[in-house]
Write a protein that binds this ligand. Structure first.
Ligand code: ZN
Length: 131
């Protein structure tokens, strides 16, 4: 089963999309397999991280800003090379194991759509595979 979800993002931020992935797994009826979450954008990403303390998300974005700042030497005419770098660093997808009809996420894990170049109209895919 493949589902496409739409997301209107504000500025840079992490958007918790775990419920969309769970919904897709439930609708699929798959009790054992994997769920692949994929972001088809070059200045956004998918990541798994803590869902309890929002300061973790703030710190993650802060550290990515420090690691990949805008630089005058960048040549990309759109002016968002820093966002492209963060997208590649974090990655376009995550894979989560499904067992007994549930995602095998840790207690403190959530699945996030990471926006590095908002506001934008975004979408992402969730593919559930039985196996
Ligand atoms: Zn660009």
């Amino acid at each position: 089963m493949l589902k496409k979800f739409y997301l209107n993002t504000e500025n840079e931020g992490l958007y918790n999309i775990t419920s969309y992935v769970r919904q897709t797994v439930n609708e699929s009826g798959v009790t054992s397999g994997i769920a692949v979450v994929f972001c088809p954008h070059t200045t956004a990403a998918i990541t798994i991280n803590e869902n309890a303390d929002p300061d973790v998300q703030t710190d993650l974005l802060f550290a990515l800003d420090k690691t990949y700042p805008d630089r005058p030497q960048f040549r990309h005419a759109e002016g968002n090379s820093s966002a492209h770098l963060r997208s590649s660093c974090v990655g376009a997808s995550e894979t989560v194991i499904i067992e007994d009809g549930s995602l095998l996420l840790g207690t403190w894990q959530g699945i996030y759509f990471a926006e590095f170049d908002g506001p934008r109209k975004r979408h992402f895919f969730v593919k559930v595979i039985k196996g």
